[in-house]
Design a binder for this molecule. Structure first.
Ligand SMILES: Cc1cc2nc3c(=O)[nH]c(=O)nc-3n(C[C@H](O)[C@H](O)[C@H](O)COP(=O)(O)OP(=O)(O)OC[C@H]3O[C@@H](n4cnc5c(N)ncnc54)[C@H](O)[C@@H]3O)c2cc1C
Length: 258
């Protein structure tokens, strides 16, 4: 293992944060238990005082195929997974395009688009050195209880990459805000949409400093310049409070605050 300085104002998708020493884990290392694991930082909001951090090094950015099983390392970026699936005519990974991050982040978040979620196609995950079948891992909408560090995952190979599905999903994304963000800030409450509620309480387009509830898609917290953690946190708390008071709905963050 070794330390690397990561500037989260550049590395994270929200472009918020500062330079921090991050412990990089290599394949022969024992996995530390006292540090927070960062993937591609596409779902994170980093405070000025984050906990000690670690990341999986490129040793974990691997894809291997044996018989009908695909084994992917948790540091593998989603874009490269989709390219691999396309090249080898494998179905199931189309939804990962335009879903920025690493496999590890997708597993921990049960990331997905519409009805397509990573757990739907998952066979098993190697967590803290042990393979666990996906059926034995508690998971649901944008959450999975991994209870440890995922280093690899296995998928049963089914042939037939669908360019039509990929194009359709990319089309759905075409109306997303272009400013830096971490995707949806809140999970959708059952039977409703967080974006609709944010708009209902008058916060769509509302700005504090350089952070803003997007005027394109209200549930995207966007950085329109040099946004800070404090401004982002202010807007998150404001939305939660107004939506609780005015709509009697408790919103839960989808993004992780460090
Ligand atoms: C523009 C944009 C659009 C987005 N659209 C969507 C969308 O449609 N659907 C969706 O689901 N998400 C979406 N997201 C959010 C993001 O793409 C996903 O949550 C993604 O899976 C995050 O991956 P990451 O590697 O960046 O994880 P990070 O943000 O680095 O981490 C997220 C969580 O995963 C944990 N984690 C990371 N790696 C591991 C590991 N190896 N083992 C255990 N835990 C781990 C971290 O500790 C953290 O709790 C969007 C983000 C952006 C910026």
């Amino acid at each position: 293992m070794f330390f690397k300085t990561i500037d989260f104002s550049k590395y994270s998708s929200m472009k918020v944060g500062q330079s921090t020493e991050v412990l990089m884990i290599e394949k022969e290392d024992e996995l530390p238990t006292d540090r927070y694991l960062v993937g591609g930082a596409n779902n994170l909001l980093v405070s000025p005082t984050p906990p000690p951090l670690m990341m999986l090094s490129k040793d974990f950015a691997t894809i291997t195929q044996e018989n009908n099983i695909l084994t992917i390392g948790a540091a593998m970026p989603t874009g490269r997974i989709v390219s691999y699936a396309k090249k080898h005519d494998i179905s199931g990974f189309e939804f990962c395009s335009k879903l920025p991050g690493t496999l590890g982040g997708m597993l921990a978040m049960n990331a997905g688009v519409k009805e397509y979620e990573i757990f739907n196609i998952l066979h098993s995950i190697k967590i803290d050195g042990k393979w666990i079948l996906s059926d034995n891992i508690e998971h649901g909408y944008r959450f999975a209880n991994l209870n440890g560090i995922a280093t690899h995952a296995r998928f049963e190979i089914k042939n037939g990459f669908s360019q039509t599905l990929l194009d359709h999903l990319l089309n759905l994304r075409s109306n997303q805000p272009h400013n830096p963000s971490a995707g949806s800030a809140f999970k959708n409450p059952e039977g409703d949409y967080a974006g609709r509620l944010i708009e209902l309480v008058g916060l769509k387009g509302y700005r504090k400093g350089d952070m803003q509830w997007s005027d394109v898609h209200a549930n995207f917290l966007v950085n329109v310049g040099k946004g800070t953690f404090e401004d982002a946190k202010y807007l998150i708390d404001l939305a939660k409070e107004k939506i609780l008071t005015e709509c009697n709905v408790t919103l839960k963050e989808e993004i992780k605050l460090l």
